[in-house]
Design a protein around this ligand. Structure first.
Ligand code: ATP
Length: 368
């Protein structure tokens, strides 16, 4: 556990009431956030939501209009970047092309007046840590993009910072390398135990890497939660829509846990029962939240649907279905390839399904 002691001792970060105005435009509005020691937090959101601006304010690369940043209880809000305790990795690897890999990694240590022998040992350890033990004498141009990003990671960790900031570190890599490095960064982050914030617009990246995800939209935080929380219990229509795929059915509340969609009364056990009867709602349902096997006559939310399209994606297939009972509103549902064959799910066929009552979420359609 190479850096664990130092890194875990430092860590927690608090973002208090951060606002950022660019002239009349507010990129961040009263953002509050607490980062736990040792956790991997992802800022996730669409382009322009303010995630990079927030990371840059934490790094001191951008000045906040209002609010505070505390690191380990210490107010760092007005410290210049070089007096804050973090390492950072950017999308473009930003290595020095004329320095060897070893010298790139040692860069922050040389300036920090660490002894030569100690630097050499540390660089060797870091090269091993990022899986490049024999590349120290090479130059950046001799490495692949993924390898260069590993070097950038090693460089960011070299000074044993209390915080690691990653700004879309995988965006410039090809799909395969991205997935490989995703796992590598996660392993390394756990091994080192360093508090980490990563910016990404890629929900799969956030779901697979984060301990907690901060979903942002239009300069505000919509939800903070574990990947499972965010996916299974989205707090807002935006989160339900942005993270994962979702079907939206329009209807209205009947009272209690019942909602009318078209001619159907849908039972919705996960929904807030605080809707006024007659209130317009949007019901959100994930494509996998349907049952097709062992349906009893009285299974709730059972309906006959017409398959209008089947998209074959390998083991997982997506069937587009409509139902007269839903007044023609369509849904995309996931089926395994085996189910596709066993239940003869193909275009033009009708099948019986049931929408999972404990998975449907309702949001008032005025806020949706
Ligand atoms: P992306 O993934 O596209 O970078 P983001 O969520 O990281 O998106 P930011 O880069 O933080 O978004 O930008 C948030 C908003 O602030 C955007 O609308 C952007 O146009 C605006 N913005 C960012 N920097 C400046 C600037 N220097 N001057 C004016 N507006 C800016």
């Amino acid at each position: 556990r190479f850096l664990a002691g130092d890194a875990q001792a430092a860590g927690a970060l608090e973002v208090i009431g951060i606002r950022k105005d660019f002239e009349s435009f507010s990129a961040l509005r009263d953002v509050h956030l607490r980062v736990n020691p040792g956790e991997m937090l992802c800022f996730l959101g669409p382009s322009g939501c303010g995630k990079t601006t927030l990371l840059r304010i934490i790094a001191g690369l951008e000045t906040q209009t209002a609010g505070q940043i505390l690191q380990n209880g210490k107010d760092v809000s007005w410290l210049p970047p070089d007096q804050r305790d973090y390492g950072i990795v950017f999308q473009s690897y930003a290595l020095f092309p004329n320095l060897t890999i070893a010298d790139n990694i040692a860069y922050g240590l040389v300036n920090g007046k660490v002894r030569k022998a100690e630097i050499k040992t540390r660089v060797e350890e870091l090269l091993k840590l990022v899986g490049l033990p024999t590349s120290g004498a090479k130059y950046p141009s001799q490495l692949s993009g993924g390898q260069q990003q590993r070097v950038a990671l090693a460089r960011a960790l070299a000074t044993r910072p209390g915080l690691l900031l990653l700004d879309e570190p995988l965006s410039a890599l090809d799909a395969l390398e991205r997935i490989r490095l995703r796992g590598e960064i996660r392993r390394l982050q756990r091994q080192v135990g360093i508090t980490t914030i990563m910016v990404t617009h890629d929900q799969e990246e956030a779901l697979s890497m984060a301990d907690r995800i901060v979903v942002m939209n239009h300069g505000v935080i919509e939800q903070v939660g574990t990947p499972m929380d965010i996916y299974e219990r989205p707090a807002t229509p935006f989160v339900a829509d942005f993270v994962g795929k979702v079907n939206v059915l329009q209807g209205y509340a009947l009272g209690g846990n019942l909602f009318r969609v078209g001619d159907m009364d849908l039972q919705c056990d996960a929904c807030d029962s605080g809707f006024e009867p007659g209130e317009a709602v949007n019901l959100y349902l994930r494509p996998e939240d349907r049952m097709v096997e062992n349906l009893a006559h009285d299974t709730p939310n059972r309906l006959r649907v017409l398959v209008t399209k089947v998209e074959f994606l390998g083991g997982l297939c997506i069937a587009e279905v409509t139902a007269d009972a839903l007044h023609g509103q369509s849904m995309g549902l996931h089926f395994s390839l085996n189910q596709l064959h066993d239940l003869d799910i193909r275009e033009g066929n009708r099948i019986d399904i049931a929408l999972r009552a404990n998975r449907i979420r309702a949001f008032c359609s005025r806020t949706a």
